[in-house]
Design a protein around this ligand. Structure first.
Ligand SMILES: Cc1cc2nc3c(=O)[nH]c(=O)nc-3n(C[C@H](O)[C@H](O)[C@H](O)COP(=O)(O)OP(=O)(O)OC[C@H]3O[C@@H](n4cnc5c(N)ncnc54)[C@H](O)[C@@H]3O)c2cc1C
Length: 347
C-alpha cells in the first residue's frame, strides 16, 4: 500500500469528460492526477485493432457538434488532422425500407479511431504538457475528512486531493462515493438510468457495393450497422450494435452466445452474403444514459461528478460529455480559488 503525493484535483476516469475537465484545470494552474481503471484513455469513445489490421470504433461510432465551444475545439482538432466529417445525415432502416435522413447534419469521426479524441486531450496541443494519468488504477472508494479527499485503489494505494472529480457513469460513481454522500447527492445519482449495449465487430473477406456506409436500424435485435472502412482505409469490417431492449434482456448472457443472433439479424437486414473472418464481442453495461441528470454537473462541495449523463438537454452523447467536463472544471476552479477565511467560516 502506498500513499501518493497530494494533488489539487484527482479525476476518476479518463473518459472525454474527465480529460476535458483536466485540460481546463491544468490551464487554470492546478495540479491534476487522473486515475483510470483500464489501460487506455477515452472511455466509451473506444477503438480496437483487429487481427486483420482494421481499426474499429466499437463504442460511439461518431459525434455531432452544436455549441460554440465544441465548434472551436473541432476547428483545432480538424486543423491537426484528428477529426473529420464522415457523413451528412444517416439513413434509417425500418422493416426492409431505407429512408435517407433529411437532416444533412455533419457527423464527425476521429480520423484514426475514436479513442484518438481522448489521446489528443491527454497529449495536449502546441506547448502543453501531457496530462498525468495512472492507468490500470481501479478506484474502489472515495471519502472525505478534515484533511481533504481520499481515493483508495483496489490495490490499496491511496491518493489525496483538495477536490475529486468523478467521471464514471452514475451507477459506478454512486458505488464509489456512497459512504460520503449527502441524501440529495445520493438521490440525484440514483435517479440516473443507463441502457446497456452489446457490440459486435466482424471482419469480412469481401462485401458487395452498397449505397450507404452506416444505418440506424429499427429492428427487434439491432439498432446500428456501420462499415468501418468508410471511415479510414482498411480491410472491410462491420460493426453492429444491439438495441437497448435486446441488450438488457441478454445483459448477463455469456459473450459466446451473443454473436450468432446478432449475425442472423444482420443477414436479415443486409443480406446473407456476410461471411465473418474474425468476430469480437463487447458488452457495454453502461452504454448511454436514458434517464440523465438535468444539469451539466453534480457537486457536493469539492466532490464533483461529470459525464455524458449530466445532460441538461436530455441527450447523453460525446458533445454533452465535453460540455459537462468543462462546466465541472469551472465549478472546481471557483471552489479552489475561494479565500481561506471563506472556507473556514463557511460564508
Ligand atoms: C455503443 C455506444 C454507442 C454510442 N453512440 C454514440 C453516438 O453515436 N454519438 C455520441 O455522441 N455518443 C455515443 N455514445 C456515447 C458516448 O460514447 C459517450 O457519451 C461518451 O463517450 C461519454 O464520455 P464520458 O467521459 O462521460 O464517460 P466514459 O467514456 O464512460 O468515461 C468514464 C471513464 O471512467 C473510467 N472508470 C469508471 N469507473 C472507474 C473506477 N472505479 N476507477 C477508475 N476509472 C473508472 C472508465 O474506464 C472510463 O474510461 C455511444 C456509446 C456507446 C457505448
Amino acid at each position: 500500500m502506498e500513499t501518493s503525493r497530494a494533488t489539487d484535483v484527482l479525476i476518476i476516469g479518463a473518459g472525454l469528460a474527465g480529460l476535458a475537465a483536466a485540460r481546463e484545470l491544468v490551464r487554470a494552474g492546478f495540479s491534476v492526477r487522473i486515475l483510470e481503471k483500464s489501460n487506455g484513455v477515452s472511455g466509451r469513445a473506444a477503438t480496437k485493432r483487429l487481427a486483420s489490421g482494421a481499426i474499429v470504433d466499437f463504442g460511439a461510432p461518431y459525434f455531432t457538434v452544436r455549441s460554440d465551444a465544441m465548434h472551436r475545439l473541432m476547428q483545432k482538432l480538424e486543423t491537426n488532422g484528428i477529426v473529420k466529417v464522415w457523413q451528412y445525415g444517416l439513413p434509417n432502416w425500418n422493416a426492409g425500407h431505407i429512408e435517407n435522413s433529411p437532416d444533412g447534419y455533419p457527423r464527425y469521426i476521429a480520423t484514426h479511431g475514436m479513442n484518438t479524441l481522448g489521446k489528443a486531450l491527454r497529449d495536449g496541443f502546441s506547448n502543453e504538457e501531457p496530462l498525468e494519468i495512472i492507468q490500470n488504477a481501479l478506484v474502489s472508494a472515495v471519502w472525505h475528512n478534515n484533511f481533504g479527499y481520499r481515493a483508495v485503489l483496489e490495490n490499496g494505494d491511496i491518493h489525496t486531493a483538495r477536490a475529486v472529480l468523478v467521471n464514471a457513469p452514475a451507477p459506478q460513481a454512486l458505488a464509489l462515493t456512497r459512504s460520503t454522500l449527502e441524501p440529495s447527492t445520493y438521490l440525484a445519482l440514483e435517479r440516473v438510468k443507463f441502457a446497456p449495449c452489446w457490440a459486435l465487430m466482424v471482419s469480412l473477406a469481401s462485401m458487395p457495393e452498397l449505397p450507404w456506409s452506416a444505418m440506424r436500424l429499427d429492428h427487434p435485435v439491432l439498432s446500428w450497422a456501420s462499415f468501418e472502412q468508410s471511415k479510414r482505409a482498411m480491410p472491410a469490417t462491420l460493426v453492429l450494435h444491439a438495441n437497448a431492449a435486446w441488450s438488457t434482456a441478454q445483459l448477463e448472457s455469456n459473450a459466446s452466445t451473443i454473436a450468432e443472433p446478432m449475425l442472423a439479424a444482420a443477414r436479415e437486414v443486409l443480406g446473407d452474403w456476410i461471411e465473418p473472418q474474425e468476430i469480437l464481442v463487447h458488452r457495454w453495461r453502461y452504454a448511454q444514459a436514458i434517464q440523465p441528470h438535468a444539469a451539466p454537473y453534480l457537486a457536493q462541495e469539492n466532490l464533483v461528478f461529470c459525464g455524458d449523463w449530466c445532460a441538461p438537454n436530455g441527450n447523453a452523447r460525446i458533445e454533452t460529455a465535453f460540455e459537462s467536463g468543462w462546466a465541472a472544471a469551472t465549478h472546481i476552479v471557483r471552489q479552489l480559488e475561494q479565500p481561506l477565511e471563506q472556507i473556514l467560516t463557511g460564508v
